[in-house]
Design a protein around this ligand. Structure first.
Ligand SMILES: [Zn+2]
Length: 299
């Protein structure tokens, strides 16, 4: 074994179908109105802000479903329970098209800002809302605002969730044991599928007065250049590339057209395995990597 192979970043801890060098997933966070309401409750009085957000489930989701169908890619859509109840047709369309529907909170409130009882209430209420529409309880979770709490992994594992996709400390998925000491014998575990901020359309496109004023709004060409550079790195080093788009942002016509061309390009890459996150999680479990505990930080 070479010295390089001893370094964690030089090893590929997981193998992907067809000998692919990296896994890839085009995921969508269907925030709708809930994201604005959670960030700034006063936006409930703004018809403009509410319609900006409603564009996602009303228009963007359908356009993106058509694109996924044309390109032949299956995806994962994370939907807050509140948004699902407000736009049940969008959720049913996603399910009918054969994509995975996963949990994204109920009110799109950051778990890290809630006590454990409130987190559990948001979790169960969100699962109930999705189950009423699709007939299935979701197996995947992504924290609203990507702000997972220290308690949430245990709450997810206790409820039988298969995976979370909110953390940022690896290139590959891994098995997370929520216990303080790592995996206790027989304890429930959770697959973690890491994300990172460069692979999110929010930072490229989102401008909402009084909610998020990142600006300037980027062109789709700029956004895709960034996402492609991260994918090229994963193709070289191995890993799992997870892109997150929001239908209220990337469902706009010009952005959607560029996303379709990019997606079609990636679909031709023989070294990339594209799959919904649930399939990536199952593939991870099959290979049974040793579980890791939560990191220990004592400020
Ligand atoms: Zn979100």
């Amino acid at each position: 074994m070479s010295a390089a192979a001893d370094r964690p970043h030089a090893r590929a801890p997981l193998e992907w179908p067809g000998g692919a060098r990296c896994a890839a997933s085009f995921s969508f966070d269907v925030d709708g109105e809930s994201a604005a309401l959670a960030a700034a409750p006063g936006t409930a009085r703004s018809l403009s802000v509410m319609t900006h957000q409603a564009y996602g489930p009303r228009v963007g989701v359908g356009r993106l479903l058509d694109i996924l169908d044309r390109v032949g890619v299956r995806s994962t859509f994370f939907v807050p329970g509140f948004t699902a109840e407000l736009h049940p047709g969008a959720v049913r369309d996603i399910a009918a098209a054969g994509h995975e529907i996963a949990h994204h909170g109920y009110h799109h409130v950051r778990p890290a800002g809630l006590d454990p009882e409130q987190q559990a209430e948001q979790l169960d209420r969100g699962s109930d809302a999705l189950e009423r529409l699709t007939g299935d309880r979701p197996l995947g979770y992504r924290a609203p605002m990507w702000d997972l709490s220290w308690e949430m992994p245990a709450l997810l594992a206790e409820r039988g969730f298969l995976y979370d996709s909110s953390l940022m400390d690896d290139d590959f998925p891994y098995v997370l044991s929520p216990g303080e000491q790592g995996a206790a014998e027989g304890a429930r575990t959770l697959v973690e599928i890491p994300i990172q901020w460069a692979l999110d359309d929010w930072e490229q496109y989102c401008f909402l007065p009084d909610v998020t004023e990142l600006g300037p709004i980027q062109t789709p060409a700029h956004a895709v250049e960034l996402w492609r550079s991260e994918l090229d790195g994963m193709r070289e080093h191995g890993g799992c590339w997870v892109l997150t788009n929001h239908p209220f942002l990337s469902g706009r016509p010009g952005r959607a057209a560029v996303l379709e061309r990019f997606m079609a390009d990636v679909a031709t890459m023989s070294d990339v395995w594209i799959a919904p996150l649930g399939e990536i999680a199952r593939r991870t479990v099959e290979q049974a990597p040793a579980p890791r505990g939560l990191p220990r930080i004592e400020p």
